[in-house]
Ligand binder design. Structure first.
Ligand SMILES: [Zn+2]
Ligand SMILES: [Zn+2]
Length: 385
């Protein structure tokens, strides 16, 4: 069933409960179909749906004939940021910030698309008569929200975003628009009231304190290669950690790239050990991808202490499952309060909710008199965090 054929906004929830009631009376597919058709006739399609709507390949803009963060190869793709589930290779033309294009080239090679076009920041440009603008999203280096404007209808697709200070990328900006936004598309990775990210400095201090307590151990910190690795390094430097930080080979290229963009990461060295050698890693902080933390590579370091920097580390069970001894709660997404504050601050006519815990956020919007709906986009992960 196509998303665009469903009744819109809160109509969706009402229609769903009506549907459930009828199904209880007569669980027959024909009856179900009649109910859907009847509901569709009663509810007029809301205008923003014509500008952007979900398809199996991703969010599609019919008048501009482009997709935002498509999950399959397309002719025209607008990419919010370089995480692998949002930025895929194989498109014809790609619009993204300079930094996101560089990151895609580092990860996939220069031929990741046929025609890369650098989208300017805070400046509108046109694709097939639709106005487009990229503004910083504060998620990772190069990340952007995308404003789509056509026929006096404006939608912001924010991709992934956060509001907390991050010394490894530009901060989130509320996009200035001449009129109230018709729809703001928000992610919902941590959209449950239980998710409240702790103070960042306190989490970084936990790592430094453990290092003081266990000076003979190597602290093996699991971090994702884009964003989290460089953010952890920058926070450690801010807290006065001047020693060399050792990095797994898979982090090297992106760390080098951050340096070229003016983000000083301080002294870094490869975390390589010859076979059977313990090396000079007592007291060292070693960063590597989460997958490497459970393999032989990590066990070769002296008395390794397994750490993991992720927003998910506030879920004790996840930390335990991964065998993490020192969870560091550091997220590149908004927590519950930050999501609500952002929605209040932007005050769009409609909130469209995508990957993550959409039910809770949609429900909160409804209880607070806001029109909201889940987009049910597929193909995005919440692990890369
Ligand atoms: Zn992301
Ligand atoms: Zn995402």
């Amino acid at each position: 069933m196509g998303w665009e054929n469903l009744p819109s906004c809160c109509g969706l929830r009402r229609a769903t409960s009506r549907l459930v009631a009828v199904q209880r009376l007569a669980a027959h597919p024909v009856v179900t179909l009649i109910v859907i058709v009847a509901n569709h006739r009663r509810t007029k399609t809301v205008k923003p749906d014509k500008l952007l709507h979900p398809t199996p390949k991703g969010l599609y803009c019919p008048p501009g004939d482009f997709y935002i963060d498509p999950v399959a190869p397309v002719a025209r793709a607008l990419i919010t940021h370089g995480h692998a589930d949002h930025a895929r290779s194989g498109h014809d033309t790609v619009w993204a910030t300079d930094q996101t294009l560089d990151i895609m080239a580092i990860r996939y090679g220069a031929d990741h698309c046929k025609t890369p076009i650098a989208a300017p920041l805070r400046e509108m440009f046109e694709i097939n008569g639709v106005n487009i603008g990229f503004w910083p999203a504060g998620h990772v280096l190069g990340s952007a929200q995308i404003l789509v404007e056509h026929d006096d209808t404006r939608i912001v697709a924010s991709g992934d975003y956060k509001r907390r200070r991050d010394p490894s990328c530009a901060p989130f900006e509320v996009i200035p628009t001449p009129k109230r936004l018709d729809a703001f598309i928000t992610e919902a990775t941590f959209a449950l009231p239980v998710f409240r990210h702790p103070d960042t400095a306190g989490e970084v201090a936990k790592l430094l304190e453990s290092r003081r307590q266990f000076p003979d151990s190597a602290h093996m910190v699991g971090v994702y290669a884009l964003g989290k690795a460089q953010r952890v390094i920058r926070h450690l430097r801010e807290e006065g950690h001047k020693d060399t930080i050792y990095i797994h080979g898979s982090l090297a290229k992106l760390c080098e790239y951050y340096e070229t963009q003016g983000y000083d990461l301080g002294p870094l060295a490869p975390a390589t050990l010859a076979k059977g050698e313990k090396g000079n890693f007592a007291g060292a902080i070693v960063l590597g991808p989460p997958s490497a933390m459970t393999d032989k590579w990590a066990r070769r370091f002296p008395d390794p202490i397994t750490c993991f920097a992720s927003g998910w580390m506030q879920v004790r069970q996840r930390a335990r499952q991964r065998g993490v001894e020192l969870p560091i709660v550091l997220s590149d997404h908004c927590d519950w309060d930050e999501l609500l504050d952002t929605i209040e601050e932007i005050d769009p006519k409609e909130v469209w909710v995508t990957h993550g815990r959409d039910d809770a956020l949609v429900r909160w919007c409804e209880l607070n008199g806001r029109v909201a709906r889940p987009l049910h986009l597929i193909g995005y992960e919440d692990e890369n965090e």
